[in-house]
Design a binder for this molecule. Sequence first.
Ligand SMILES: [Mg+2]
Ligand SMILES: [Zn+2]
Length: 187
Amino acid sequence: MKKKKAVFLDRDGTIVVHIPYLSSPGQLKLLPHAVEGIRLFKDHGYLIIVVTNQSGVARGYFNEESLVEIHDKLQKILIKEKAEVDDIYYCPHHADGVVGQYKIHCDCRKPRPKMLFDAAKQHNIDLSQSIMIGDSEGDILAGKEAGCRSILVIDGNQERGDGLHFGADYVVKDLLEAAQLFVGNKK
Ligand SMILES: [Mg+2]
Ligand SMILES: [Zn+2]
C-alpha cells in the first residue's frame, strides 16, 4: 500500500491560541487562518495529525479525562470548519510532575520524535514526505529527528527578537502561509 504524506501539527500556539496549561474546552480559540491552512493541506492529500505535549496532566493541573474532552471539543470545532484532523497524539508526562504515573522521563515528549513515529506506523505515513509545524524548538527538533521538513510558526504578536529559528526549514506567520508554501494558491 502506498504510504501517505502527513502534516504534524503542534496544538498550542499553532492551531489554537497558547494559553498556559489550557484546562477546559471553553478556553479553545482558533488562531487566525488555522482552519484555512488545515483545509488547504487536506485538499492536497495530506493527513493531519496533531502532536501535543500536555505536561499539565503530570503536573496535576488537569487530568487525562479533561484533556480528552478538550480534544473532542477541538475536533468538533474543526469539523464544523471542514478542517477535521485525522488523529491527535499527546504526551501527558513530565519528569517534574506530581502525579505518580505521569512523573517520568518518557520517550514521547517533544523534542523526542516518538509521537511522530507512532503515528507513522499507525497511519502508514512516509515521514520523508511529511511536515512538522509548530511554534517552539521542541516541535522543530522532533520534526527533524523524524526526518520531516519543519516549519516554525511565529505569530506577529510574539516576533522573536533573537532571530532564533531552531534550524527550521521555513518560518511562517500562520498555517495558511505554511500550506501555501507546499501547495501554492492554486486549487
Ligand atoms: Mg506550541
Ligand atoms: Zn510522554
